[in-house]
Design a protein around this ligand. Sequence first.
Ligand SMILES: Cc1cc2nc3c(=O)[nH]c(=O)nc-3n(C[C@H](O)[C@H](O)[C@H](O)COP(=O)(O)OP(=O)(O)OC[C@H]3O[C@@H](n4cnc5c(N)ncnc54)[C@H](O)[C@@H]3O)c2cc1C
Length: 349
Amino acid sequence: MKRILLIGAGHAHLAVLRSLLKEPPAAARFALVTPRSKQLYSGMLPGVIAGHYRRDEAEIDVARLAAAGKVEFIEGEVIKLDPGEKVAKLAEGAELEFDLVSINVGSVPERSLQGAGFALPVKPYESFLERLSKARLNRVAIVGAGVSGSEIGMALHHRGAAVTLYSDKVPLWPPQLEGVMRRMRVDVRPGMPADAIERGPVVHAGASTQEFDLVLLATAAAPLPWLRATGLPCDERGFLLTDDMLRSIAHPDVFAAGDCATPSSGPLPRSGVYALRQGETLAANFRSVVSGQAPVAYRAQRHALALISCGRRYALAHRGNRSAQGRWVWWWKNHIDRRWVRSLNGEKT
Ligand SMILES: Cc1cc2nc3c(=O)[nH]c(=O)nc-3n(C[C@H](O)[C@H](O)[C@H](O)COP(=O)(O)OP(=O)(O)OC[C@H]3O[C@@H](n4cnc5c(N)ncnc54)[C@H](O)[C@@H]3O)c2cc1C
């Protein structure tokens, strides 16, 4: 009986859990370790901030999903992994042994900006929401105008905040995003990166200095520090390097997927839709390994659909070079997101 340890309840592992519900492999015993039994779905987070959803409507009951697939659920945070000894250490001190391990722990916002400690990072979502709910939100700055920073900015504006968004990028992606944000009255500043944050909090950007009630950090994805400490090969930033089968390039018993991994064939966008598709390949490969067959290669979709909520019940859709926007796009996104969360919670979709 192979012991397979899943670390993190990211999109990829949620897809694995869903697949185990349908077809559990006979010769494997699965365990999942993650810090929280309930996981907030990132696609609905801006809707929670905007007030369109209650928090519980955007939560996935991971412990329940694991139990339904006969996967042991362990609440804990991995702080160390020894791939040679095949053991993972938790913050609380416990050690978990495995024959095969899969890592899907996501990422955190990059914190190299001077004074980043004066800002509130948007991940982990749970602590972010908790601190946001206690903060004064009249004037909010967001550092980073990727899709997540932009969605959070428009959601906060919908709740009445004056929002300023600093970005090193020109133009923003997708190309329609800047115009939509201006129409939603977000003060977006493409090509104006924040240089430093200081107590106040005050943001310095070029010649401009401005004080806010709160500064949010929605910068590019950065790896969790313990990944590099595993000794497994990483890219220059510290994300685990994987082969086409989603295994570490140095260790066939270590799989990694989602934001925490970089395929050695070339980096992928760090977004949930890619992680989800990787989860389907992971599930197939666990079955192959258990039954002594060769694992299959992951093939990324050429274009992924981005659905971006814009504060009020209005959204922007973008795929390849096609784009659409309107209230109907929001209702479409709402339908997809709710169906996904309900399907994982074992509710009718
Ligand atoms: C506001 C916002 C909105 C977004 N909207 C979208 C969207 O609409 N569509 C889209 O495709 N992408 C979206 N994204 C991006 C997307 O959330 C990430 O790219 C995606 O979550 C990455 O998925 P993942 O599978 O790598 O891990 P994640 O989904 O980030 O999950 C990581 C898991 O690992 C767990 N974990 C972390 N550390 C440890 C540890 N040490 N030990 C054990 N477990 C650990 C976490 O608790 C979590 O369960 C959004 C991001 C944000 C911030």
